[in-house]
Design a protein around this ligand. Structure first.
Ligand SMILES: Cc1cc2nc3c(=O)[nH]c(=O)nc-3n(C[C@H](O)[C@H](O)[C@H](O)COP(=O)(O)O)c2cc1C
Length: 251
């Protein structure tokens, strides 16, 4: 009887082992499963072409605001193009900076016009103007006016000879302060001093720009854009007031 029970126990253990190993065989082993963890990537900047570096940096430095720049050529043609390598570099005086590259070694119309006249206007478009902002980047001969081509109205400025876009929520009249050349492709960083601001009615609230009302467009990579998402307000931080220093540049 005891021997019979022991034999039955061995049989049960055998059946269990077989079913467990069968189940295990049906499942892929852990080693066989593809890993979904992305591998870190190391890129030696010196190995990258100008195009590859541009794609990489414009994908990393995001989102970027867009300076929608009007200029006038020596022949009097109003030029319009968007530039997202754009930031402000000083508040007193107000200075804006924009990086303008070249097309096959030749200055873009915007760069050439700023060099010639020393004046330009940085307009800020809103989300309703996104398609026009994008379309104004198409390459045209210097005698073609993108404002006329796109049917965008302009208005004269007060302190510069370049017109501003009539429907842009913000336009900043700029006088060229300096140009700094960078890199191997002839790109130039144009710094302009803002001599006058134009702000659409209702854009300022309690002394500040109402960002929702501005409804800005920003550039991501390539033909991809984004609009303002959620605004998160955290606690205000105490800031030591800025002081005007003797002589520009300080030390
Ligand atoms: C949203 C956007 C942002 C751009 N940003 C820049 C930029 O920062 N610098 C640049 O050289 N070109 C930039 N471009 C490309 C110029 O707009 C494009 O070369 C244009 O044809 C220049 O026009 P222009 O020759 O009339 O100055 C950008 C294009 C788009 C669509």
């Amino acid at each position: 009887m005891l021997q019979c029970n022991i034999l039955r126990l061995f049989h049960i253990v055998d059946v269990l082992e077989k079913s467990v190993s069968g189940a295990a065989a049906a499942l892929p082993t852990i080693e066989a499963q593809p890993t979904h963890k992305a591998l870190p990537m190391f890129l030696d900047a010196g190995d990258l072409s100008p195009e590859a570096t541009y794609r990489l940096m414009s994908g990393i430095v995001v989102p970027r605001p867009i300076a929608w720049i009007t200029t006038v050529s020596e022949a009097g043609v109003v030029n319009l193009a968007p530039f997202s390598c754009f930031t402000f570099v000083s508040n007193k005086p107000p200075l804006l900076g924009v990086n303008i590259g070249r097309k096959a070694g030749r200055r873009k119309d915007t760069g050439a016009n700023i060099h010639a006249l020393g004046e330009f206007v940085v307009n800020i478009g809103d989300a309703s103007q996104m398609v026009a902002i994008h379309e104004s980047s198409a390459e045209h001969a210097p005698d073609v006016s993108e404002t006329e081509l796109l049917g965008l109205g302009t208005l004269p400025c007060s302190t510069v000879r370049v017109p501003r876009l009539a429907d842009a929520p913000v336009s900043m009249e700029c006088r060229l302060e300096r140009v700094i050349a960078f890199g191997d492709t002839g790109a130039e960083f144009f710094v302009g001093e803002v001599t006058a601001f134009h702000l659409r009615d209702g854009l300022m609230r309690e002394g500040k720009v109402d960002t929702r009302a501005l409804d800005p467009v920003c550039r991501i990579g390539g033909p991809n854009y984004a609009t303002l998402g959620e605004i998160v307000t955290l606690r205000g931080m105490q800031q030591t007031p800025k002081a005007v220093m003797d002589g520009r540049g300080g030390g």
